[in-house]
Ligand binder design. Structure first.
Ligand code: TRP
Length: 455
């Protein structure tokens, strides 16, 4: 395998705000707007929220800090990073390799949902999906996803769009774009929340989101909440390692991770606050699943003053969120092809695009041409969604935690997150290390085994 010449300065994030914007840009995505509200709705509201919150804090945050530290310490892609930091001959780099597989698995379905979002931006502007009758909005959605040509074209459009940003590089591409998009995202979200909260039954929607119904909790719901925590923070497959390798040396890693986690949680809650009051006011079911965004939301907007404009705002907001996340997903194979296989950045991006177009078409066509093709009762789209969040990411998370806890060791971890002794956070490092060494791997394993009914 060839490696690139490291004497040239490696591209990376340039400012503290840039680091925060890019990392938050990765975390915030369809997970907040498409997954979080519908999963919370389907699993009984605040009880689910509580479990999700605990999983984020006890498992997500430590693993995120671990990934970023590994990346920054090695200043290399996940495979090279783990080879460099592990004792000679130990196969820890396999975490990086399986991460590449997981990234394609996630992008295969993710890019298709992003494709629907982009298509909906166009349709929202044209006004064609605005109807107060859910049967009509349902038909509009079905027409889109069951049309093979439309599905593929929108997906390719998304890939070309993301690819062209990646071509500009890390600081001039990813950082420059996310720095502008993240503030815009908060602005649009707050606008939608203020409209939603002024509706009649805002209280009922909020009560649904915030009053716990623990009767719905069982092992598989807990696994779903944990999978969501992984998916939300972009951890378990090397994305955060990749971004970590672009972190500045003076960046405070635990603080950045904590801020990203908090801001990401805020975006999810704000998305819930924007969506549920409106859903209740117009008498829709809160647990409408993933179709909440594409079927219920347009029907809700049709009944709100200025609904046409607000719907454009909503889908632009979703497209903005999805862009930062897609950038981070695609950057993983791009960096590996570039650094480990010696391709130029342009070729690496192009190769990833083509591979993704091929693999992704399986998901794009899973509601049309390939609808009959099922494994374990799921079509390709649902299968990649389930496998990535509930199997690949948690297993990746276990091994990342084990690597830091048992191979890298406390001393080196402490040095890495204290910026070689410049920061005074030794106690914090000890606590995070304890979580990584014992708590996170055991919890993840237990939840997985229970949910898959193996214990
Ligand atoms: N976190 C993003 C979201 O919520 C999705 C995402 C981006 C992701 N990069 C990832 C998920 C890496 C898992 C792993 O939409």
């Amino acid at each position: 395998m060839g490696t690139v010449n490291h004497s040239a300065k490696r591209d990376g994030f340039t400012s503290g705000f840039g680091v925060l914007a890019a990392t938050l840009g990765s975390a915030v995505g369809l997970g907040n707007i498409w997954k979080f509200p519908s999963l919370t709705g389907a699993n009984g509201g605040a009880g689910f929220l509580l479990v999700y919150f605990l999983a984020t804090l006890l498992i997500g945050l430590p693993v995120m800090i671990a990934e970023i530290s590994i990346g920054r310490q090695a200043k290399a892609n996940p495979i090279t990073a783990l080879r460099q930091l592990a004792p000679k001959g130990r196969p820890w780099w396999l975490i990086g390799a399986s991460g590449v597989l997981a990234s394609f698995l996630i992008m295969a379905f993710y890019s298709e949902v992003v494709a629907w979002v982009f298509a909906y931006v166009a349709k929202a502007v044209g006004g064609s999906i605005l109807s107060s009758d859910p049967a009509v909005t349902q038909r509009a959605f079905d027409t889109l996803i069951s049309d093979p040509l439309q599905s593929l074209l929108w997906q390719w459009l998304v890939l070309v769009f993301i690819g062209s940003i990646l071509l500009c590089g890390v600081s001039k591409g990813i950082e420059a774009v996310t720095k502008r998009l993240m503030p815009l995202l908060f602005l649009l979200l707050l606008l939608l929340c203020s409209v939603s909260l002024s509706l009649d039954k805002a209280g009922e929607g909020l009560a649904f989101l915030f009053s716990p119904d623990f009767s719905k909790l069982n092992a598989s719901v807990v696994l779903t909440a944990m999978g969501l925590a992984f998916f939300k923070l972009s951890i378990g497959m090397g994305t955060m390692m990749t971004y970590g390798s672009y972190f500045r040396d003076d960046q405070n890693i635990p603080r950045t991770a904590f801020r990203v986690m908090t801001a990401d949680l805020c975006v999810s809650l704000l998305a819930g606050i924007a969506i549920f009051p409106a859903v209740f006011t117009f008498g829709f079911a809160p647990s409408a699943g993933p179709s909440l965004v594409f079927i219920t939301i347009p029907a809700v907007f049709a009944q709100i003053p200025m609904g046409h404009v607000l719907m454009v705002v909503f889908f632009v907001l979703t497209a903005v969120a999805a862009t930062g996340a897609m950038l981070s997903l695609m950057e993983v194979p791009v960096l590996i092809l570039h650094e480990r296989f010696g391709l130029s950045r342009a070729r690496a991006t192009l190769t990833t695009l083509v591979m993704l177009a091929v693999i992704g078409s399986g998901c794009a066509l899973s509601n049309s041409t390939l609808a009959e093709f099922r494994l374990f009762g799921l079509n390709l789209f649902d299968l990649s969604d389930y496998l990535s969040s509930n199997i690949f990411l948690p297993i990746g998370g276990i091994f990342i935690a084990l690597f830091v806890g048992w191979s890298w060791g406390l001393e080196r971890f402490r040095l890495a997150i204290s910026n070689h002794g410049t920061l005074n956070n030794a106690r914090l490092a000890g606590a995070i290390f304890f979580l990584l060494r014992y708590v996170s791997p055991a919890l993840i394993l237990l939840v997985m085994l229970r949910a898959l009914q193996l214990v």
